[in-house]
Design a protein around this ligand. Structure first.
Ligand SMILES: C[C@@H](CNC(=O)c1ccc(S(N)(=O)=O)cc1)Cn1ccc2ccccc21
Ligand SMILES: [Zn+2]
Length: 260
């Protein structure tokens, strides 16, 4: 069933025909209960190799703002860690709250962060393109990075300065030479589990890799995220905030950890 519905906000908005994936057995996001995580000594660090020349454009898709990458070659890829194949970077985006006591999609021992970064990669070994990947079991690998309030993130400022140019839904600008590796924490520890897209069509195609350490951004930088709109120009303006899905049941899944 595909209906155009806004991203699930905390109120789990439903469109005409509710599309809650109630039959889902591996939905995302989840709360990461560190006491129930299983230490897996075989888990290697994730290998990350991004080429800033693949960075193409920044756009407002009406759910979040997103930076799109050239993904016709294996030039910005991740591998190793829990992954059997290498995966190509397609885009990254964020989720954030209207206030700093909400915003992240995943939580850690029920602790919420004010925002969360998702770097979305697809499997070129199993799939021909990213649209096919969302329909395949191990089609996507998404790196999640928590954001906490603190000092200004100097390298992220280039992105923050570009946001006013994409205030409204469907706005897009050329955005070049940004290295997403600057948003990966220096500590390589992570949790990993099998999950889904957190927005429609919520297909169960994602291997999640959630970095343990958050990165820091300033209150001013987060305020700029909140200055974007869900709405197109001409519509009644609705601030783009609280674009996160509530946590979903873990069910029979195990979250693996790189640390005991
Ligand atoms: C995959 C959608 C587009 N959405 C995504 O690519 C996507 C990627 C990652 C996340 S997250 N937050 O989990 O990292 C969320 C969404 C397009 N699309 C293709 C077919 C399709 C059918 C219905 C609706 C949208 C559809
Ligand atoms: Zn996301």
């Amino acid at each position: 069933v595909s209906c155009t519905q806004n991203i699930n906000t905390a109120k789990q908005q439903e469109c005409q025909n509710p599309v809650t994936v109630s039959s889902g057995t591996r939905q995302s996001p989840i709360d990461i209960n560190t006491a129930h995580c299983v230490y897996n000594p075989q888990l290697k660090p994730l290998k990350i190799s991004y080429d800033p020349n693949n960075c193409l454009r920044l756009r407002n898709n009406g759910y979040f703002f997103q930076v799109d990458f050239e993904d016709s070659k294996d030039s910005s890829v991740i591998s190793s860690g829990p992954l059997k194949n290498h995966y190509r970077l397609k885009q990254f985006h964020f989720h954030w709250g209207s206030k700093s006591d909400r915003g992240s999609e995943h939580t850690v021992n029920n602790q919420v962060y004010p925002a969360e970064l998702h770097l979305v990669h697809w499997n070129p070994v199993k799939c021909n393109n990213s649209d096919e990947a969302i329909l395949s079991e191990d089609g996507l690998a998404v790196i999640g990075v928590f954001l906490k309030l603190g000092k200004r993130h100097d390298r992220l400022q280039k992105l923050v300065d570009a946001l006013p140019a994409v205030k409204h839904k469907d706005a897009a600008i050329e955005f070049l030479n940004f290295d997403p590796a600057c948003m990966i924490p220096s500590c390589s520890d992570y949790w990993t589990y099998p999950g889904s897209l957190t927005s429609p069509p919520q297909t169960e195609c994602v291997t999640w890799v959630i970095m343990k350490d958050p990165i820091e951004i300033s209150p001013e930088q987060l305020a700029t995220f909140r200055s974007l709109f869900y709405t197109s120009t001409g519509e009644k303006q609705k601030n783009m905030v609280d674009n996160y899905r509530p946590v979903q049941p873990l069910l029979k899944r195990t979250v693996y950890s790189t640390t005991s």
